[in-house]
Design a protein around this ligand. Structure first.
Ligand code: SAM
Length: 278
């Protein structure tokens, strides 16, 4: 990749103007999936996410530090680490940080990172315990919450099937609270999943409102794939047919169903029961 003189990797650059080309580039990454897809980059706000990304070894392109960050030891250490890895460090004012993230009270650090996703062929069933598969998840908050919950219970990773919301959208990344940097994400089509499933050595447990088993009555023998349906349409017939079991979480009130992220959390606490000790 070619860099313009003032965009040399591993350098420090001061920016005060909203119309600076790098500021425009970062704003584009925040605003449009098209820009994230084309560049393979994404934006994550906050010092915690910067330290998570750096610790987990993700590629970092830019780290923008506001005035507060330039007085903060941890932020300066993160900047030194990012710089050593070739990132361009941007010293910006609060107004520029706010413009980038479209927030009145922006975080003191904003990073631009390289996206990382895997293919189904990268999954090793021998080292897997619990994969979470999501059929066409649409809501960024749901996806971010599921990635965070999966990380909290020590799941192996998340498989995104067919057309899903962007795991690298700012809202999703925000909701993961840094777990995005610790959870492998696989992307595939439903047909690819159906093919992959044929050689999967463990159960594939789907959650379905027409499930015929109580979710507490199933043996989640490892490696297991937990399959969750779309927020509106539920699990597609094609994916439901690949499941070894279709389970339901019993309900007692008037609600038709539970929120996807909440249902995933309930399931994960059952599937991962033996790992979750105080
Ligand atoms: N109208 C959809 C349907 O008919 O399936 C509702 C989908 S629900 C909001 C989204 C997903 O959360 C479902 O596909 C399923 O994976 C999971 N889910 C929610 N409540 C559930 C329950 N009580 N039992 C099993 N799965 C549930």
């Amino acid at each position: 990749m070619e860099f313009k003189q003032n965009q040399r990797p591993g350098a420090v650059k001061q920016i005060t103007s909203h119309s600076n080309p790098i500021v425009k580039e970062i704003k584009g990454l925040v605003a449009q999936r098209k820009h994230r897809r084309q560049s393979g980059l994404f934006v994550a706000e906050g010092l915690k996410l910067a330290t998570d990304a750096l610790e987990a070894g993700w590629g970092v392109r830019y780290l923008a530090l506001g005035p507060e960050a330039r007085e903060n030891k941890i932020a300066l250490e993160a900047a030194a680490k990012a710089k050593a890895r070739g990132a361009l460090i941007l010293e910006v004012n609060t107004a520029v940080l706010g413009a980038i993230t479209r927030r009145d009270n922006p975080q003191m650090v904003v990073g631009v990172y390289e996206q990382q996703t895997l293919k189904l062929s990268d999954i090793d069933p021998k080292s897997a315990t619990t994969w979470i598969a999501l059929d066409r998840v649409r809501d960024p908050g749901n996806l971010g919450t599921i990635i965070r919950t999966g990380d909290a219970v020590g799941a192996t990773g998340v498989i995104l099937i067919d057309d899903t919301t962007d795991p690298f959208a700012v809202e999703t990344v925000r909701a993961t609270m840094g777990s995005l940097f610790h959870m492998p994400i696989v992307r595939c089509t439903a047909d690819e999943f159906v093919e992959f499933r044929k050689s999967w050595p463990g159960p594939v447990v789907g959650t379905h409102l027409r499930g015929d088993k109580d979710y507490r009555a199933v043996d989640y023998k490892e490696p297991v794939i937990l399959m969750m349906g779309n927020e509106q349409a539920g699990l597609s017939d094609k994916l439901a047919d690949t499941c070894s079991d279709l389970v339901k979480i019993p309900q007692a009130g008037q609600a038709d169903s539970m929120n996807l992220a909440v249902a995933t959390a309930v399931m994960l606490y059952e599937v991962r029961r033996n790992y979750l000790k105080l």
